[in-house]
Design a protein around this ligand. Structure first.
Ligand SMILES: CC1(C)[C@@H]2CC[C@@]1(C)NC2
Ligand SMILES: [Mg+2]
Ligand SMILES: [Mg+2]
Ligand SMILES: [Mg+2]
Length: 532
């Protein structure tokens, strides 16, 4: 189908206009709140480090602090506790405690071997003993622990199958809970904190000091996020993109929301604002290539960006001049800040990131223009770039590490595969309906004659396999390569970007779409509304 004339993405206007964003306010900036928070942190720290012979309650406490969104205040204490459990191997040997210890230790970088589960298997080692099928509490933790598997860890594969089979039967028979819980290893921390606080406050074992700290902290951190969102919104307004390119998605709040899951450490405000700008520019370019540009204009635009020179701009229509100049200014600004902070010039790498992105866009636009239907693999070989996650990761890379980039090549690609697949699971029906290159689900259906549900099932399986590759990369520690160190902050960001994509596109919601989805409700709770 050759697009004739201009199309529009049919995107609804922004939910929050500039003045609404700038008027956001909260009382939680006051000094007295900070003092109260420090006092509560001190009390909770006492509880946490209190020596106990059985570490299981400590592990459960650490898990709660993480899900409440306040573990960042106790990072050193948590690492000390987990290190001591790792060295002393003094966790209890029941299925529940072993699974809980296994998951938390691996999540914090203490790689417990999968053999710790051998004592729960039958003599031949071919499966878990059926008797453990009655220990639902232990099975739930075993299910969670199985998502920390690396490539080739068969026992963990067995654990996932064993636990899933029995738990699924429980769900079907007893109709309790909804579908299988989303594994906590795939769950992003910050955007999920408030729902967890809601659940925690109703628990019989709820600790009132911990609850007060969690509520105060979520309100205090919201005040910080609001200031960062206002700065991002002033930048977005100053680019004039919304005026000059009315067909582009005006979603600066949603774009900023992504960043509180990706770069969640309180001190990384600059990185959140920078990432929100990357997301806004990626989305703007995506709409130019997907919706508005004619193929001739897109070819001109692509070559201007490849040359990255302001001279060749005059050949472009105005809307493309505006977006190129906004992009050029942004890259210059970030490169300048990084030069000042880290002492080296990242410009060539950042430029290449944007060139790679638009080259992946022009490829999709050409496929669409020619009505070409790529195979799943051919599509994905291009679409891990066109989803835009590499634009985010490459800008953050220079903020968090001095390492050589090639060490992260594999984890970057695996993370981007998952971001792309999650994005397509959420948005491709609307995109294909509006007119766009066939996405992962459609490619698989074209290639195999599968139904849409079978294609979705296949994509879910690929995401699971990709996570195993991601775990393998994140837990790598090449002993023979002495200068092999991975940047902890950068690895966190790669894992959290992956989790945030699965969060935004969960239940097939279309992320940026303005449906009153669970995601938009959580966005309002986390960024806009005070927590009572
Ligand atoms: C990279 C992004 C976060 C940006 C918004 C959604 C996403 C996945 N595609 C563009
Ligand atoms: Mg698009
Ligand atoms: Mg696109
Ligand atoms: Mg999409």
């Amino acid at each position: 189908p050759i697009p004739t004339g201009r199309r529009s993405g049919g995107y609804p206007p922004a939910l929050w206009d500039f003045d609404t964003i700038q008027s956001l306010n909260t009382e939680y900036k006051g000094e007295r709140h900070m003092r109260r928070e420090e006092d509560l942190i001190g009390q909770v720290r006492e509880m946490l480090v209190h020596e106990v012979e059985d570490p299981t309650p400590q592990l459960e406490f650490i898990d709660d602090l993480h899900k409440l969104g306040i573990s960042c205040h106790f990072e050193n204490e948590i690492l000390q506790i987990l290190k001591s459990i790792y060295l002393n191997q003094n966790y209890k040997r029941d299925l529940y405690s072993t699974s809980l210890a296994f998951r938390l230790l691996r999540q914090y970088g203490f790689i417990l071997p999968q053999e710790v589960f051998d004592c729960f298997k039958n003599e031949e080692g071919t499966d878990f003993k059926p008797s453990f099928g009655r220990d639902i509490k232990g099975l739930l933790q075993l299910y969670e622990a199985s998502f920390l598997s690396r490539k080739g860890e068969e026992t963990l594969q067995l654990a996932r199958e064993f636990a899933t089979k029995i738990l699924q039967k429980e769900v079907d028979e007893r109709e309790f809970a909804t579908k299988m819980e989303f594994p906590s290893h795939w769950t992003v921390q910050m955007p999920n904190a408030r729902p967890f606080i809601d659940a925690y406050r109703r628990r019989p074992d709820m600790n009132p000091v911990v609850l007060e700290l969690a509520i105060l902290d979520t309100n205090i951190v919201q005040a910080q996020f609001q200031e960062e969102l206002k700065e991002t919104s002033r930048w977005w307004e100053s680019t004039g993109i919304v005026q000059e390119l009315p067909f582009v998605r005006d979603r600066i709040v949603e774009g900023y929301f992504w960043t509180i899951g990706v770069t969640q450490r309180r001190e990384h405000g600059y990185e959140r604002i920078m990432t929100a700008k990357v997301i806004a520019l990626v989305t703007c370019l995506d709409d130019i290539y997907d919706v508005y540009g004619t193929i001739e204009e897109l070819q001109l635009f692509t070559s201007t960006i490849q040359r990255w020179d302001l001279e060749s701009m005059k050949q472009l229509p105005t809307y493309m001049q505006v977006s190129f100049l906004a992009l050029h200014n942004f890259v210059t600004e970030v490169a300048y800040d990084t030069l000042k902070k880290k002492g080296y010039n990242s410009t060539p790498y950042l430029r290449k990131t944007w060139v790679d992105l638009v080259e992946s866009y022009i490829k999709e636009a050409t496929w669409y223009y020619n009505g070409y239907k790529p195979s799943m693999q051919e599509y994905l070989n291009n679409a891990w770039i066109s989803v835009g996650s590499m634009a985010i990761l490459n800008h953050l890379f220079f903020r968090f590490t001095n390492e050589r980039m090639h060490k992260y090549r594999d984890m970057n690609r695996v993370s981007s595969n998952i971001v792309r697949l999650a994005d397509d699971m959420g948005t491709s029906l609307a995109e294909v309906e509006r007119g766009d290159v066939p996405k992962a689900i459609q490619c698989y259906m074209n290639e195999t004659n599968a139904s849409e549900e079978e294609a979705r099932e296949y994509v879910r399986r690929v995401i699971q396999e990709e996570w195993e590759k991601l775990n393998t990369e994140l837990m790598r520690d090449d002993d023979d390569d002495d200068d092999f160190t991975l940047s902890k902050y950068y690895c966190e960001v790669v894992a959290n970007l992956t989790r945030m994509a699965q969060f935004i596109y969960q239940d097939g919601s279309d992320g940026f779409g303005m449906k009153d989805s669970k995601v938009n409700r959580l966005l309002k709770e986390t960024l806009i509304e005070r927590y009572e």
